[in-house]
Design a protein around this ligand. Structure first.
Ligand code: CA
Length: 233
């Protein structure tokens, strides 16, 4: 049996115990690192499937840990941050983290984030996100070669920016993308104006892809952070 291996990076022993007890009860394997340097060492020697990374570490900054891991690996990283570290959380996502949990979090939230990440991992490994020229998610289909997108059999009439935005979200399905990341990819800059434009384009895109734009199924809003396309079953 192939259990998922999680690297738990947390200096706070009670939180670390809560996490590892939860992991054990749900059939995950885990290794622990109490600081940033040991996290980098464990990540390189054990090649875990997922990293759970506390941002406030006693030695080096959690964001620095992400930057160092990202020089050689794309392993999914979920950051754990306190409310007071909101800016750090965004910096962590911009540095290549996949998702985040805010303290205090529940066991259910932790498990839900792990499931989302595992689905993304599976999706990356089966190659459907990158190597295939057609992306499908629920009723949404994007044919990258022809530059067309569909809901069911109906072709969507998207503006070039909406199409670019949809492709960017699709290629990062399961991952939270920050406003800065998206505006840089779409417009090559990230001025305040671009974030406002992004909201407008996201609203028009949703009207075209979502059956109920008020409670979107494909693209979630993370208030103050960014957006995530979720894998629809
Ligand atoms: Ca800490």
């Amino acid at each position: 049996m192939n259990k998922v291996l999680i690297l738990v990076v947390e200096d706070d022993a009670p939180i670390r115990n809560l996490i590892t007890t939860t992991l054990k009860a749900h059939d995950y394997k885990y290794i622990i690192a109490p600081n940033g340097e040991s996290a980098i060492m464990e990540a390189s020697s054990h090649n875990p499937d997922i990293v759970l990374l506390d941002l406030g570490l006693p030695d080096i900054d959690g964001v620095e840990v992400i930057k160092r891991i990202r020089t050689w690996s794309n392993m999914p990283i979920i950051v754990i941050s306190a409310r007071s570290e909101d800016n750090d959380k965004i910096e962590a996502l911009d540095s290549g983290a996949d998702d985040y949990l805010t303290k205090p979090f529940s066991v259910e939230e932790l498990l839900a984030r792990l499931r989302v990440t595992q689905r993304r991992l599976y999706f990356m490994q089966t190659g459907s996100a990158s190597s295939n020229s057609v992306f499908t998610n629920g009723r949404l289909k994007i044919d990258f070669a022809s530059g067309c997108a569909y809901i069911g059999e109906n072709e969507l009439h998207l503006t070039p920016i909406e199409y670019k935005l949809l492709c960017l979200m699709a290629k990062n399905v399961g991952k939270v993308l920050t406003h800065t990341y998206i505006t840089q990819k779409i417009w090559g800059s990230s001025w305040e104006n671009d974030v406002a434009s992004l909201r407008v384009f996201m609203a028009t895109l949703r009207k075209k892809i979502e059956s109920e734009p008020g409670s979107p199924q494909y693209i979630q809003t993370h208030i103050g952070v960014g957006y995530r396309m979720v894998k629809v079953e």
